[in-house]
Write a protein that binds this ligand. Structure first.
Ligand SMILES: *Cc1c(COP(=O)(O)O)cnc(C)c1O
Length: 443
């Protein structure tokens, strides 16, 4: 917590800066943490107090703060080219990054289209799907389908396919109507049901919608394996395999939003790999730049690109953002991908994830915790309490700060999404203090 010695600019922040995803009045009682610098998994405030970044600064930071390899790559790029427009021009970082990403999909997806934030990537995928159907002579295919509890960002198009009332309700009248289908969330299992059973039932509901309406449906958007922002709802990979088959059968595009679950977060580089499927569109952002610079992109199947390739300008995808393909961000992403390769990150993550899982195991039969779950580098459990979700989450956040942890539960769901670089001491500290904070807050 900032002490009275904190510089006076901290108290000014509340008046000059409108903070994201925040009821600003809460800052009358919850102080803002003035960050001075970051080192590895630690953020250090102006008083020298440190916080272990247990949620990778909103899921973006993969290899720690001030990572020397990413720093060096950006510094070198800075002296070469900071930015140039990507219409009519190109540059080596954006080409190399696009080629490397296509190779990671075994050339199933390519033609990377760039933007700066995740929500814009979702907008791009929605617009591309809609427009591709028009270009292919199916102008009636203009509706979208999303999952219950889905989160795909907060711009108007992305919010339309977001099913989180807290973010959506106030803007409902501004948003286009979409179809919302049951989530395969494994927590819905009735006694005797497996996660695969829940997935099969959810897929059956999607099929009923497709059977009735597919000639009007452009795309189904889904977050593969884990619906993160709704509270780390994890589900069986068989759902994605079934969905892929249904989308093929009913001629509906499949959009995989891997903005949170991509870049190794679920154990494979792309979450889709665990279901053995590729979507028609894949959105990436968050971790792709290592948590350094705003960068997002949409990869698509060759057939999508071909649908726009024509002598008629208006049949092209005339979408752009000023900073599309920014070379500094692309260079940070290339450095991030190089770390994956050079350090065999997916393998070493498996090793240390087992240590963190073992340390969190006491939660599996805790009387006030339910659904302890893990997928790759995401751990979560739900607090059993009558306290309102927001109040619980804020108390947990404050108590965690006292224990040198940055954790920010989603309602009653406490989760860990650490950067991929914790050493054994840091793993043990993260687990032990998460348990201690939970005991304190639930008491
Ligand atoms: C964070 C997130 C987005 C939106 O990304 P922004 O960069 O915040 O706009 C979209 N989809 C998912 C799954 C996300 O987690």
């Amino acid at each position: 917590m900032p002490s009275p010695q904190s510089p006076d600019w901290v108290s000014r922040s509340r008046h000059s800066v409108w903070h994201p995803c925040t009821q600003m009045q809460h800052h009358e009682t919850i102080p803002l943490i003035p960050v001075s610098h970051g080192r590895g998994p630690w953020l250090i405030d102006m008083d020298g107090k440190r916080y272990l970044d247990g949620i990778s600064s909103w899921w973006v930071n993969l290899f720690g703060h001030a990572n020397p390899r990413i720093n060096d790559a950006i510094k070198a790029q800075l002296d070469q080219l900071e930015h140039a427009m990507l219409a009519g021009f190109t540059h080596e970082p954006v080409i190399s990054l696009s080629e490397k990403l296509a190779a990671l999909t075994g050339q199933q997806l390519g033609h990377c289209f760039y933007a700066s934030d995740g929500a814009s990537a979702v907008e791009i995928a929605l617009k591309m799907s809609f427009h591709a159907w028009q270009n292919l002579g199916h102008p009636d295919k203009r509706e979208f389908v999303c999952l219950q509890g889905s989160y795909h960002g907060e711009t108007i198009g992305a919010l339309a396919v977001t099913d989180v009332p807290l973010f959506r309700t106030a803007y409902g009248p501004m948003l286009q109507a979409v179809h919302v289908v049951p989530s395969p969330d494994a927590r819905r299992a009735e006694p005797g049901q497996s996660a695969a059973d829940v997935a099969a039932l959810a897929a059956a509901a999607l099929e009923r919608l497709f059977a009735e309406r597919s000639q009007h449906i452009a795309a189904f958007i889904v977050e593969p394996l884990v619906q993160c922002a709704t509270g780390m709802a994890m589900y069986d990979p068989s759902y994605l395999a079934t969905v892929r088959a249904l989308c093929d059968r009913y001629q509906v595009h499949l959009i995989a939003d891997e903005i949170a679950v991509g870049c190794g977060r679920t154990g494979t580089f792309f979450a889709c790999e665990q279901a053995g499927v590729w979507p028609d569109f894949l959105c990436l952002s968050k971790g792709i730049s290592g948590g350094y610079l705003p960068l997002s992109l949409v990869m698509s199947r060759p057939a999508i690109f071909d649908a726009f390739y024509h002598s008629d300008t208006a049949r092209g995808f005339l979408h752009s953002h000023s900073y599309t393909g920014n070379p500094l961000a692309c260079r940070a992403a290339l450095a991030t991908l190089a770390i994956f390769e050079e350090d065999d990150v997916l393998q070493s993550n498996q090793r240390w994830a087992a240590r963190l899982s073992a340390a969190l195991a006491p939660l599996s039969d805790h009387p006030h915790a339910s659904h302890l779950r893990q997928r790759g580098m995401i751990w979560a459990f739900d607090a059993i309490t009558t306290e309102a979700p927001g109040a619980f989450s804020r108390r947990f956040f404050s108590a965690a700060l006292e224990q040198e942890l940055l954790l920010r539960p989603i309602g009653h769901t406490v989760y860990l999404m650490p950067p991929y670089i914790l050493n054994d001491d840091e793993i043990d500290l993260l687990a032990a203090r998460t348990l201690a904070v939970f005991e304190q807050v639930i008491a």
